[in-house]
Write a protein that binds this ligand. Structure first.
Ligand SMILES: [Zn+2]
Length: 222
């Protein structure tokens, strides 16, 4: 670079030139990075002009620069990742980070069955009401008397039949109000003792189990 020289930069990439012309804080990182580099250089010379050319071939200087770019191994060029690739990498990183933070959270112990949620586990015909019902139990967010009482939305935290605290576990495993439905579920699932993680873990035999659990929840008429 010569301080007393005017420079012209030829590029065949119109979109980059346009983006540089209107670069601002909302521009893509790569554009801001380029704009910064150009600003550094243009402070050291008389002037710098950008000219768009329809294609590189035939312009010796451009061919030269192209070759340099291709042979460069350890330059800032590694930052020049396309937005598509960058988004892909970011998405994977965000998912991995979310997964790590979920698995180390204090809630993971009680909800480890939620690890297995995957889009292809939608095996039942879509029914919003049933979906909500199943989800509320899987996430222990069904409004039981215990929860409603905590927010002053119920006069008592107790089950109206057994007079014990009515929480999710009480509804699923203890309340005599639902013993008949529970017995049907037990018989249809086999001799395996009912437990919360087992009922709502969808990692194996998903279709049958989910169908039976849902049918049980429906018949509780909550
Ligand atoms: Zn009860």
């Amino acid at each position: 670079m010569n301080k007393s020289q005017h420079y012209i930069l030829l590029s065949d990439c119109l979109s980059v030139l346009q983006a540089l012309q209107s670069s601002n804080s909302h521009s893509k990182n790569i554009i801001n990075f380029l704009a910064q580099e150009i600003a550094k250089v243009s402070n050291q010379i008389l002037s710098l002009e950008f000219i768009w050319v329809p294609g590189h071939s035939g312009i010796a200087e451009n061919e030269f620069v192209d070759n340099l770019a291709r042979t460069a191994k350890d330059t800032k060029i590694s930052k020049w990742i396309s937005s598509h690739d960058l988004l892909y990498i970011l998405k994977i990183n965000i998912l991995t980070e979310a997964d790590t933070s979920w698995k180390s959270s204090k809630y993971h112990h009680d909800f480890s069955h939620l690890n297995t949620i995957k889009p292809h586990y939608r095996l039942l015909p879509y029914d919003r009401k049933m979906d909500v019902l199943l989800s509320r139990f899987r996430t222990k967010t069904h409004p039981t008397n215990a929860t409603l009482f905590r927010y002053n939305l119920s006069l008592s935290p107790l089950c109206s039949t057994c007079h014990q605290v009515e929480n999710i576990e009480h509804i699923l495993f203890q309340s005599i109000k639902y013993e008949e439905q529970r017995e049907i579920l037990r018989r249809s699932l086999g001799t395996i003792p009912l437990s919360f993680p087992w009922l709502f873990d969808q990692s194996d035999d998903v279709k049958t189990k989910t169908f039976l659990v849902l049918s049980f929840l429906r018949h509780l008429q909550l």
